[in-house]
Design a protein around this ligand. Structure first.
Ligand SMILES: *Cc1c(COP(=O)(O)O)cnc(C)c1O
Length: 499
């Protein structure tokens, strides 16, 4: 990394380990530390087991659970798999229907798809335009054979908070088990399973300043009989998740939960204020949409869509920021976010979306710098967009005494690439050239570079080479070559317009 590392605004993807957590973990690794196998009956094993049981209480404490209701896993993915596969398979003789939502994490959707292959049927609810799944919609989806409802506490892309209290209450009333993926909620919002009617709740250490590779499934004492394991072995964790317990991971998870619980009230208020500051700065751009607007949202996540900007170009230009985009950007490689699509956002209208997620080390100065960088790049890219054409033609025309401006375009505003050239011609020579473009960074680069190449050329010397030559000159990967054909088409269109 260069002198100034990017500003990290991707805390919803993962968080750095808190130094206090790292110190606790370091005490469980070496010969001098508590490295033993918690299943061993000698002193080393007992020391490890004691540390694990303390961590279990810390983890349980974050959500108001009893220590005996915590099953350690490798993370929220495994917790979701255990809850969904484990409950569905254990109760298949009583019914084979599950209810979830299209906006869930893949770690919920994929086990549901697996169950469909095993003969279960799954209802995927569509949320309203703000991302909320209403208890009414859940109630309407329940049928006599419904075994499990799985709905997340906080959406990982847009930060919308579901009313899992109301949904859990109606599940309980109808005798249906309720699981919630709370990977983005735990440590960010107060959770208390003594008051929340959830039977199973997944969370993970690395979203709350603990290490990667450890998480938990809360299993309500009274619901344990509904669950069967998906792996088999040494009998640990009530036989629900066998395998040698990862002392250092679990101890780190425990420390992280204790810190998160203590800091939650102040940190929640601080992050909400920073998130709102970021939104008010970005909103000044115009043509910016807040995803999840109108719904309650978790403090640290802001998801915004920018009109008139292509996703990959925006992200490629924002080198000073580490933000999440991929899934949310409309480019050939990354499919448009299924979460935003489920809210009814048209892939192209959404243009490009950024998830900006703030965390423990985010300060106001970073928020301001991020807003300034995004404003700068969105403005720059919009200046190239279809809306800016007239200004460019006027600028060109004002330079030519005897010259004429010819324009040619290709691609479409509703396609992934659109290019329009304006050439100032005098006699049979190109005096000057401008381009407008909407597309990937390579398209913008090659189109801009060609403007220089075009200057001074005669009509006979056009176009200057073929897309394959341009790709070689500008190091364009082969898979992007197709987009350069749109540039070539726009130039050919100029030649057709040449008087
Ligand atoms: C991160 C995340 C997961 C996956 O958690 P891992 O611990 O990385 O397996 C699942 N669900 C949601 C909502 C998440 O944000």
């Amino acid at each position: 990394m260069s002198a100034a590392p990017p500003i990290y605004l991707d805390y919803a993807a993962t968080t750095p380990v808190d130094p206090r957590v790292a110190a606790a973990m370091a005490g469980c690794l070496t010969l001098e530390g508590d490295f033993g196998n918690a299943s061993s009956t000698h002193a080393f094993g007992r020391a490890a087991a004691a540390r694990i049981e303390r961590a279990r209480s810390q983890v349980a404490g974050l959500i108001g659970a009893g220590a005996g209701e915590i099953v350690f896993t490798s993370g929220a993915t495994e917790s979701n798999n255990l809850a969904i596969l484990g409950v569905a398979r254990a109760n298949a003789d009583r019914g084979r229907h599950l209810v979830t939502a299209r906006t869930e994490h893949k770690a919920v959707l994929d086990p549901c798809k697996r169950l469909e292959k095993e003969g279960f049927s799954v209802t995927y609810l569509t949320p309203d335009a703000s991302g909320i799944v209403t208890p009414t919609a859940v109630a309407a989806a329940l049928r006599p054979g419904t075994q499990l409802v799985s709905l997340m506490g906080v959406n990982n892309e847009i930060g919308v908070v579901q009313d899992i209290g109301a949904i859990g209450a109606l599940c309980r009333e109808r005798g249906v088990a309720f699981h919630s993926d709370c990977a983005q909620a735990a440590g960010k919002l107060p959770l208390d399973v003594a008051a929340l009617p959830v039977d199973f709740l997944s969370f993970t250490a690395h979203k709350l300043y603990g290490p990667k590779g450890v998480g938990a499934l809360y299993v309500r004492e009274s619901a344990r009989g509904l669950l069967q394991p998906v792996t088999f072995g040494g009998g640990q964790e009530h036989g629900l998740r066998p395998g040698t317990l990862a002392t250092h991971q679990i101890v780190g998870f425990g420390a992280a939960c204790e810190i998160a619980a203590a800091e939650l009230p102040a940190e929640g208020a601080r992050l909400s204020a920073l998130r709102d500051r970021l939104w008010s700065l970005l909103g000044m751009l115009g043509g910016v949409h807040l995803n999840g607007a109108g719904a309650p949202r978790v403090p640290g996540i802001l998801n915004v869509s920018f009109e008139g900007v292509e996703g990959e170009s925006l992200v490629g230009a924002l080198k000073e920021l580490a933000v999440s985009t991929g899934a949310a950007c409309n480019s050939a490689s990354a499919e448009a976010s299924y979460v935003l699509r489920a809210l009814g956002r048209d892939a192209l209208l959404a243009g490009c979306s950024l998830r900006l997620s703030l965390g423990r080390s985010t300060r106001a100065a970073e928020v301001d710098a991020a807003a300034a960088a995004i404003t700068r790049e969105v403005t720059r890219l919009r200046a190239l967009s279809p809306a800016s054409g007239v200004a460019q033609v006027l600028e060109l025309a004002s330079q030519g005494e005897a010259g004429t401006v010819v324009s040619g375009e290709a691609g479409g505003p509703s396609e992934e690439t659109w290019v329009r050239f304006h050439l100032l011609i005098e006699g049979d020579t190109v005096k000057d050239a401008r381009v407008q473009a909407f597309g990937c960074p390579h398209t913008l680069d090659v189109a801009g570079w060609l403007c220089q190449e075009l200057r001074g050329r005669t009509r006979a010397a056009l176009p200057p080479g073929r897309p394959a030559d341009w790709a070689a000159s500008r190091s364009v990967p082969v898979e992007k070559l197709g987009r350069l054909l749109v540039i070539e088409d726009a130039l050919r269109e100029c030649l057709l317009q040449w008087p």
